[in-house]
Ligand binder design. Sequence first.
Ligand code: 13P
Length: 248
Amino acid sequence: GGKFFVGGNWKCNGTTEEVKKIVATLNDGKVPSGDVVEVVVSPPFVFLSLVQSLLRNDFQVAAQNCWVKKSGAFTGEVSAEMLVNLGIPWVIIGHSERRSLLGESNEFVGDKVAYAVSQGLKVIACVGETLEQREAGSTVDVVAAQTKAIADRISDWKNVVIAYEPVWAIGTGKVATPAQAQEVHSELRKWLNANVSAEVAESTRIIYGGSVNGANSKELAGQPDVDGFLVGGASLKPEFLDIINSAT
Ligand code: 13P
């Protein structure tokens, strides 16, 4: 996989004051250089410009979602073009909270990834199974179907990072074991190898998300197919710096 990637998904959290505090903490942190780790933080839309203006310039920003049309009568949506216009380089697409709470299907997520990529955005595309699906033994089938809906719609993977986020591990404190994460990451890489290309399988970063913290990130980062993290709760705290430092 490529350069280690650490994303911080702030979800629907923060006030202007809190955002300024988080950014100040990140700006003061000691982390490996930009050729060792790529760091991307994702505040809510309303704080994107503020964070971008204050954040150290070796870190980047991501939106948490975007729309599939340039502009028009789509109340409440923000287009990929608008993000590009603001100079926002990254977007998270298909987070499990949007899939489950807002009904985003595999196909719609695939359409969004393809549209965002076509506009020049870099995409963190999220996949992951529920506890029920894991217990039914369908984890690999579920993440393969989610990945296929993306693969069917894009040909260039160079601006795509896959985030494997088992739903049962998100916000629960129940982190996947390093072996569980490694197994699914390896299956995803095999799927890319068989269905896209050996080159894409080799170069695409597959990052893990779900209850990652400063205490468990090092061991997870040591797994051969874990190319980084997408961090929720801990990305709002100073320990996000420890997670970034687990890259080395
Ligand atoms: P937590 O790290 O809070 O479990 O959230 C993970 C996540 O959903 C990141 O996108």
